[in-house]
Design a protein around this ligand. Structure first.
Ligand code: NAI
Ligand code: A1CAB
Length: 267
């Protein structure tokens, strides 16, 4: 299989490296299109694939083109891509917000799959929601799914509208997790630990607690209850969170991300 990746930043290269790791593509068959000179020099040094700075006829010789520029940069790539795209090529967009219909229209090309991964894809531990234009046949969709699964797990969604919710929940989700971890480490520092000790206490807590979610056979409420003794310390913390409407604020923030995903489709 030959693959072109347009925009080789964090996510484009997370995909590229996962494909290479599982031998799903050879380096010579991996075309990396990257506009930034610094970035493309780094990619050349890494010998991650064939690095070029613009979209040209060579892109039309691949089986799959991954669009991994920022949504705002789609306007700077679609004309060049429309000129070279071939009828049998599949376009896989991971750009937040931009609907399949808009990509089809701008590229004058029906075969579009839209996916929303997240940064743990860099470790092969991502989760990607994806959907496809009705024109994409099942065999092609399976091939794309196999590629996505090199970056972690995936879930096919019939309803494209839900991809903006995936973006808000799991696409942006790692940042929410880091935000909470960072606040906990800050609390540790304010109570007298140095950075390293506070980070160790918090990170190991998050790791262990995550595994209990999957193994303890308890609901999240039961897991909370198992930590929060009546009249104890955890209750004092949870009362403060409730007083500050922390849970509601998190829900509101995630919904704001969903709204922003929808706005991104409007450019
Ligand atoms: N970062 C994240 O957590 C996630 C990002 N996404 C989506 O993935 C896409 C890429 O995001 P990141 O990798 O974080 O951004 P990034 O900024 O790391 O990478 C984008 C790359 O595209 C390059 N680029 C811009 N215009 C170009 C052009 N005309 N031709 C060739 N290259 C060009 C930039 O130089 C940059 O290296 C975005 O559309 C974003 O919505 C999706 C899921 C998660
Ligand atoms: O923040 C963003 O717009 C992108 C999409 C999901 C994660 N990062």
């Amino acid at each position: 299989m030959k693959i072109a990746i347009v925009g080789c930043g964090n996510m484009g290269m997370a995909f590229a490296k996962s494909f290479l790791q599982y031998d799903l593509v050879k380096k010579d068959d991996l075309l990396l299109i990257e506009k930034s000179t610094d970035r493309s020099e780094a990619l050349k040094n890494e010998k991650a694939g064939v690095v070029v700075d613009t979209i040209g006829p060579h892109v039309g010789q691949t089986d799959l083109v991954i669009l991994s520029v920022k949504p705002q940069d789609f306007n700077s790539v679609y004309e060049a891509l429309r000129d070279v795209v071939q009828p049998n090529q599949i376009i896989l967009s991971i750009m937040a917000g931009i609907p399949i219909a808009q990509i089809q229209e701008k590229l004058a090309h029906p075969l579009v799959v839209r996916a929303m991964p997240n940064t743990p894809a860099m470790l092969g531990m991502g989760i990607t929601g994806f959907t496809a234009a009705k024109e994409v046949d099942l065999a092609s969709l399976r091939r794309v799914e196999n590629l996505i699964n090199a970056t972690g797990r995936s879930i096919f969604l019939e309803d494209e509208a839900m991809l903006d919710a995936v973006t808000a929940l799991s696409g942006s989700g790692p940042a929410y997790f880091y935000y909470v971890v960072k606040a906990m480490i800050e609390a540790g520092k304010q109570m007298g630990f140095d950075d390293a000790v506070s980070a160790l206490l918090v990170k190991q807590t998050m790791l262990g607690a995550y595994h209990l979610i999957n193994t303890a056979d308890k609901s999240l409420d039961e897991l909370i209850k198992a930590v929060a003794s009546k009249g104890g310390t955890t209750e004092a913390a949870l009362r403060t969170f409730e007083a500050g409407a922390l849970s509601d604020t998190l829900v509101a923030g995630i919904k704001a991300a969903q709204v922003r995903a929808t706005e991104l489709s409007k450019g």
